[in-house]
Design a protein around this ligand. Structure first.
Ligand code: PA5
Length: 429
């Protein structure tokens, strides 16, 4: 048995190993189909390939940005920004985040005039670089934000703006590619066989992550280890596939919502990345689990009541890292007016871990199936592993539902309506 880094267990549910083992053959056959497919599966082998030259280029540009700027503005939406922000938030300090690297901020993921206005005001007295990320090169939200940022950089830096704007896009296609070639912006390529939400471990995520001061080599080592371990087609030895099958069976049992829960608030943006990965990959043809997320203890005092006692529509996936970067010991207080001296000498992280155990047991006793995903440590290496783990599980899980894990036809509907309305308005003006 391979010693896999993500340990997957299931608490208090009628589902047992024999239910999971029934999926052995379908899982093997989907595994082979994915492996032999040529449809957007470039991410499967990417961490095992030799990208040293590219990673060195990314590190060189990141180091240049860190020397010449105080702020990197990343322009992107969906898979073109969520992964970078997830890793950045998970691994940088809670307060004064920019002290460990430069500040990385994001635009182009909303169309709020207030947001972009205030962003421009915020960066006005700081040195700036811009990284525009779009695979298609034509998505409305980042395209509009980039129009503004490009003009801003040209007005502020003149011809030097060419050196301060980095483009991450397709190698050949799209308006952004054309514009980048014409203006001679430096470019990083998004591999054509890797879709947005599977792209965090390519230049899409790696440049902003490196600029934020995170060790991308460690991140990629973790992903590589996952890619090697999770090549295993047999579900008995592949924890990503076990997780995929558990959630598939629970879905078929009538649990239509998966609640990803963590006890570390730095993982909130990681939750957003996970939500997009599973939501956009599975939610089609009127099928799919609704991916939702909570952070405990905060949400135990908000939505905890519903989880414990409300409509039995959800199961919970508890994500736990045994070791968190820093900790704090509960002090002894001779007055003991709050009666908490029995906890002095223990640490916040220890108590948090016990609260996790208590929550899992209480929710399971309340009838909520609980999947536990446990990793040894919250660092770049283990996060790289986990990202790959979830992508592999997601591709399997969507395929078990018989939907395409790599397209997003439903997203086009709103774009079409919005464009129709924008064009109608223009005509009527
Ligand atoms: O996962 C996906 O493919 C999407 O979420 C895209 O990443 C998102 O729509 C942004 O697309 P683009 O990078 O083409 O601007």
């Amino acid at each position: 048995m391979v010693n896999q880094i993500v340990q997957t267990t299931l608490l208090n549910c009628s589902l047992d190993q024999s239910n999971i083992d029934k999926y052995r053959e379908p899982v093997k056959s989907i595994h082979t189909q994915l492996k032999n497919s040529n449809n957007l599966v470039g991410w499967i082998n990417y961490p095992m390939e030799d990208h040293n030259e590219l990673f060195n280029d990314i590190l060189a540009v990141a180091s240049e940005i860190r020397s010449n700027a105080e702020i990197l503005v990343v322009v992107g939406v969906g898979g073109s920004f969520l992964g970078a922000r997830a890793v950045q938030d998970s691994l940088t300090p809670y307060f004064g985040k920019h002290k460990s690297g430069i500040e990385v901020i994001y635009v182009g993921q909303n169309m709020s005039g207030a947001y972009i206005n205030q962003l421009l005001e915020y960066i006005s007295d700081k040195e700036v670089y811009v990284n525009i990320i779009s695979k298609s090169g034509g998505t409305m939200e980042p395209a509009l934000a980039f129009r503004v940022m490009r003009e801003y950089m040209e007005n502020r830096y003149g011809s030097d703006s060419i050196n301060r704007i980095i483009v991450t896009t397709d190698a050949e296609k799209g308006l952004l590619k054309k514009l980048a070639d014409k203006t001679s912006y430096r470019q990083f390529v998004i591999p054509s066989d890797i879709g947005g939400r599977y792209s965090v471990l390519t230049p899409v995520g790696l440049l902003p992550i490196a600029v934020a001061g995170i060790d991308i080599n460690a991140l990629m080592d973790g992903a590589k280890n996952a890619a090697i371990e999770l090549q295993e087609p047999d579900i008995a030895y592949n924890h990503a596939y076990q997780y995929a099958v558990m959630r598939h069976i629970l879905y078929n049992m009538g649990y239509k919502v998966e609640l990803l829960a963590s006890f570390e608030p730095s993982l909130n943006k990681f939750h957003e990345w996970w939500k997009q990965l599973f939501g956009e990959s599975e939610g089609k043809e009127k099928k799919g689990l609704y991916p939702s997320t909570v952070n405990f203890s905060t949400d135990l005092h908000a939505i905890g009541q519903f989880i414990q006692d409300g409509s039995p529509i959800l199961f919970e996936t508890l994500l736990h890292f045994h070791e968190i970067m820093v900790d704090y010991e509960i002090p002894f207080d001779s007055r003991n007016e709050d009666g908490l001296n029995y906890l002095s000498g223990r640490t916040f992280n220890e108590i948090n871990a016990i609260s996790k155990q208590g929550t899992a047991l209480a929710h399971a006793e309340g009838g909520v199936p609980v999947i536990q995903l446990e990793l040894p440590k919250l660092d770049a290496y283990h996060l790289g592993y986990l990202i790959y783990f979830f992508m592999k599980a997601c591709a399997m899980s969507a395929s078990l539902l018989e939907v395409n894990p790599f397209d997003q036809p439903g997203v086009e509907a709103y774009k079409k309506k919005m464009l129709e309305l924008l064009k109608e308005e223009k005509v009527s003006k």
